[in-house]
Design a protein around this ligand. Sequence first.
Ligand SMILES: [Mg+2]
Length: 236
Amino acid sequence: MPFARPFSCPRRGWYNPDMHVIFEQAEAVLFDLDGTLVETGIDFSRLRDATLQLVAEYGIDARPLQDLDALSIVERAVDALRLRGEAEAGETLRKRAFARLQAMEMAYCASPRPVPGMYDLLEVLRAQDTRIGIITRNDREVALRTLSTLQIPHDLLVSRDDVDKVKPHPQHVMVALEEWRVAPPQCVVVGDYWMDVEAGRAAGCRTVGIWRLDVPINPFRHHPPDVLVRELRELL
Ligand SMILES: [Mg+2]
């Protein structure tokens, strides 16, 4: 599908007719959580720094890992230890890293806020019997707390604890499709980062990218979604 650009409609602001087509045909919609449905204020650079610090304790050169996100740093470090014949140390590192990340995420997610239009959009999907799933790289407990605090209606949660490989790997999406027995073309994946779009695309779903108004550079420039919007409420 070609890269669709929204255009301005005088009555409704940004409006993209393509998204209505893909939502109409959808049996299920999978949403990323942070930045897509909710604002949690997670400081990803602090998560990364804390993880780099931990990895260094295991004698791993952290310099080549500095530009990666926290979860990728953990995976690369675990792989490096396995190659060194220290698989057990790798598993210990993973547990320690995940515990540290969970504590930090829990603190950041103490007061989540809904993204404008979130409740209305989910209500519309509910009314037309579309299944709603949450796919997140967050810890499961943190995600559950956020979903419960904001009373976000959903049928399924696939967190990082529910997969072996996190987004951009398509496993989050595949777990949901398998659970629901929904074919990939009948599912839409919505997210605010290229990893969401890549996970959906790799699973064979259609994708919606939200290039947030507070993000200066298009995060989807190398991974164009089927539909691009600037705000969640444009999907209404
Ligand atoms: Mg996100």
